[in-house]
Design a protein around this ligand. Structure first.
Ligand code: PGA
Ligand code: ZN
Length: 425
């Protein structure tokens, strides 16, 4: 049974405070987890409890830590760590708000994840086995190699430019293709006279002016690294467009011009025509522009993946509405948007049952915790994004996938990479 839960304040990859939790079982076995934090957060995300005041720019999490060490500890003492749903529901009830704002989603999620780890450790199995059993599949990885928007101090409005390995037989091979392309991109940018400093997710943050310019750089890097854009390596973008949406006009202030939703849709359609290696667009419209998602999915959903992030914030209820209305055809999954392992699993069930794809995601403020890698394998999520091949808080997630692939091989498991009908000639 759970003897004790104990939290402390640690720091994330942006140097901001975050919550770390230890769950200690009655026989002394432990589980530990760290909680990540976003910058372009959705309005309906579960609430991160921050202290306010002047200490650490108001971002301290001592109240959340205290909530774990007192109220949550009292409520969970003596409980069965293998009953994840009971642990999570107990905390949800104890919190009593619809968005976890009283105890803090950062407090609750830390305990939720650390409980799963403690249970896996108690069984003596890796986390992906504990959560996923057998017949597992390694996700296709999406690597954010050019950072813009609120993740970098440059002029590009699109927040993320991701590359993903298509033609590969193993995860290792795919990651190698991305590492080659990432290094080549650095040369390509440098030779074109751009800065090669990094943004929050380990991608380069060159002062390019437009989304097209950035995609052109990706094409060049993919080709110079010896791959075919769209065949060997594909491209995805995340405009995270809530960040440049004007609620008053209902228009988008994008790259120097004001665009109506219809003009944005035309823009994306032309972009994909000009650069057919683009296979996925995340949050093409604002979370407050639901209708545009629905229209765009009717128009482009048969051709590309349209990923709902800020729009649905890993919330099973909102995902149900997206399914019903046909808003998007894939769901971004971030544990800290909803705040417990149990609700995240429910969000994924709703998505998959309705043939929406799922992509597990890091946050722009990350930690050394590789929970999402195990989680992505355990749930056969299909896709995972965790930044560039730089900055250990990003790369460790990929390294964990490499370890898992090796272990699955040693255990004699079927190893497959997603999608498993990938051309293997
Ligand atoms: P965030 O960005 O972690 O800053 O919210 C990630 C995303 O928008 O996908
Ligand atoms: Zn996003």
């Amino acid at each position: 049974y759970i003897d004790k839960v104990k939290a402390r304040e640690v720091f994330d990859s942006r140097g901001n405070p975050t919550v770390e939790v230890d769950v200690i079982l009655s026989d002394g076995v432990r589980g530990r987890a760290e909680v990540p934090s976003g910058a372009s957060t959705g309005e309906k995300e579960a609430v991160e409890l921050r202290d306010g005041g002047s200490r650490l720019e108001g971002k301290g999490v001592l109240k959340a830590v205290d909530n774990v060490n007192t109220e949550i500890n009292d409520a969970l003492h003596g409980k069965d760590p293998f009953n994840q749903a009971d642990i999570d529901n107990t905390m949800i009830k104890l919190d009593g708000t619809p968005n976890k704002s009283r105890l803090g989603a950062n407090a609750i999620l830390g305990v939720s994840m650390a409980t799963a780890r403690a249970a896996a450790n108690e069984q003596g199995v890796p986390l992906y086995r504990y959560l996923g059993g057998t017949d597992l599949e390694i996700p296709q990885t999406f690597h954010n190699v050019i950072n813009g928007g609120v993740h970098a101090q440059n002029d590009i409005d699109t927040q993320e430019f991701l590359i993903t390995p298509i033609k590969r037989t193993t995860t290792r091979e795919g990651i190698e293709m991305i590492a080659n392309t990432y290094h080549t991109l650095k040369k390509v940018l440098h030779d074109a006279g751009y800065d090669t400093g990094l943004g929050d997710e380990g991608g380069f943050a060159p002062n390019l002016k437009t989304t097209e310019d950035a995609v052109k750089m990706l094409y060049k890097a993919i080709e110079e690294a010896g791959y075919k854009p769209g065949v060997d390596i594909a491209i995805a973008i995340d405009p995270a467009s809530s960040e440049f949406y004007d609620e008053k006009t209902g228009n988008y202030n994008f790259e120097g011009s004001e665009k109506t939703p219809k003009e944005m849709a035309d823009y994306y359609e032309n972009l994909v025509k000009e650069f057919p290696a683009i296979i996925s667009i995340e949050d093409p419209f604002s979370e407050d522009d639901w209708d545009s998602f629905v229209k765009f999915t009717k128009r482009m959903g048969g051709k590309i993946q349209i990923v709902d992030d800020d729009l649905v914030v890993t919330n099973p209820e909102i995902i149900r509405k997206a399914v019903k209305d046909g808003a998007g055809n894939a769901i971004l999954i971030k544990l800290n948007q909803i705040g417990t392992v149990t609700e995240t699993l429910e969000a994924m069930r709703v998505a998959r049952k309705n043939n929406f794809k799922t992509m597990i995601s890091h946050r722009s403020g990350e930690t050394g915790d590789t929970f999402i890698s195990d989680f992505a394998v355990a749930t056969n999520a299909g896709e995972m994004k965790s930044g560039a091949m730089a900055r250990s808080e990003r790369v460790e997630k990929y390294n964990q996938l490499l370890r898992i692939e090796e272990e699955l091989g040693e255990a004699g498991d079927r190893i497959s990479v997603y999608p498993n009908d990938v051309d293997k000639d």
